[in-house]
Design a protein around this ligand. Structure first.
Ligand SMILES: *Cc1c(COP(=O)(O)O)cnc(C)c1O
Length: 380
């Protein structure tokens, strides 16, 4: 085994200002949930994403769960969702006893294919059983084709929830992602572009929805001095201490995006010339990806090496890499659910690899990664 320092896919990167906000919380004894850091963090998030309101929550998963609850998703309902994603996108649908219907990707952005979405809705129309919601994911930071998706969804009057957990700082048509759907969610888990150690947010232009989300997230207490409850509540709020980390992180979000994009272009410049190694470029200038993770596709015939070869060589050098997300329709836990497939996500899963992409990677670290990959490609 190599003694070299481990290089991670995406590790937390503090700005230095987080401590200031945490100290404020301690000085004012705002350790309990809610407080000035939560309020300020929510304001910053909403402004940055170009929406009117935000609720800071304990995770992105919690935000999705509340979004579905507020749209009335319940047992027997269907929710259409990208199959090419992380399981947290889908789990809340099942929490509600509803049925996820998996929609495959198109091969330009790797996100939900608007044509397949339309086909699936078309079929539902004839059976008179429309989905309650559509969850569109902006995977690895790449915006989905929102013009097309919103046109289809609006045509059928189905609300869209954007899963922008990986895409804070990405834009489409010059507009931040998370500002297109009826609601959107963000995640501040430890590996995301900014982190609060753990946390998430729900975003919307609809003030009533965000108020309702805050209400449900704090145990759904009716406005009465005694504890009275007319609805089932959740304990999903973000603590004021963690929101302090988020405030410090939001001060440097644009620097983080710039750095992640630099990583992408660095990899592309150094590996793009190898036949059989390809990169998911932005399809045109409508798309601006935060490049949360740089990903490559490895054609084993053209390169003479497999994705596994590269993965294993990197691991030997104590460098973390990871196959692209295993599509949800291939997951044992979701095996029985309906799906609309075109082969794209299965292809991506078979040949794709995520490379170390942290905004805290220096020149030397990136070179270490590149040299290993070049070595693998040359030896074959
Ligand atoms: C991280 C992530 C989530 C879940 O966010 P948590 O804050 O970890 O609950 C949801 N969807 C996608 C695509 C993610 O990458």
């Amino acid at each position: 085994m190599s003694q070299k320092k481990r290089i991670y896919l995406s590790s937390p990167h503090m700005s230095g200002h987080e401590q200031k906000y945490i100290n404020e919380a301690f000085e004012q004894n705002w350790i309990a949930p809610l407080g000035p850091n939560v309020d300020a963090f929510e304001r910053t998030l909403a402004d940055y994403c170009g929406v009117d309101h935000a609720a800071a929550l304990s995770s992105g998963t919690a935000a999705l769960h509340l979004a579905l609850i507020m749209l009335g998703v319940k047992e027997g309902d269907e929710v259409f969702v990208s199959t090419f994603t992380f399981s947290a996108t889908v789990n809340p649908i099942v929490y509600q006893g509803a049925t996820p219907v998996f929609i495959d990707s198109e091969n330009e952005t790797w996100n939900m294919d608007p044509a397949l979405l339309e086909k699936a809705l078309e079929e539902r129309k004839s059976s008179k059983r429309m989905p309650k919601a559509i969850i569109v994911v902006h995977l690895y930071g790449m915006p989905a084709k929102m013009d097309e998706i919103m046109a289809v969804a609006d045509g059928y009057g189905i609300p869209v929830i954007e899963d922008a957990a990986e895409a804070l700082g990405s834009r489409y048509n010059g507009r931040p992602v998370a500002s297109f759907g009826k609601m959107a969610i963000l995640s501040f888990n430890g590996n995301k572009i900014i982190t609060t150690s753990g946390g998430g947010a729900l975003l919307s232009d609809d003030e009533e929805l965000i108020k309702e989300a805050r209400f449900l997230a704090t145990q759904a207490r009716d406005p009465a001095p005694h504890y009275q409850h007319s609805r089932i509540g959740y304990n999903y709020r973000l603590s004021n201490v963690l929101a302090g980390i988020g405030r410090g992180q939001m001060e440097v979000i644009d620097e983080r995006v710039t750095k992640r994009r630099e990583n992408y272009f660095y990899y592309r410049e150094n590996l793009g010339r190898y036949e059989g190694i390809s990169f998911p470029d932005e399809p045109d200038d409508k798309f601006f990806s935060n490049r949360w993770l740089t990903t490559i596709l490895v054609d084993p015939v053209k390169t003479g090496v497999s994705r596994e070869d590269i993965y294993e060589y990197l691991e030997k050098e104590n460098i973390e890499s990871r196959p692209l997300w295993k599509p949800m329709h291939l997951q044992p836990v979701f095996s029985g659910y309906p799906r609309y497939l075109n082969g794209t996500s299965e292809y991506l899963f078979k040949y794709g690899l995520c490379l170390p992409s942290g905004s805290n990677m220096d020149e030397f670290t990136r070179e270490r990664v590149i040299n290993i990959i070049k070595g693998v490609l040359k030896n074959k």
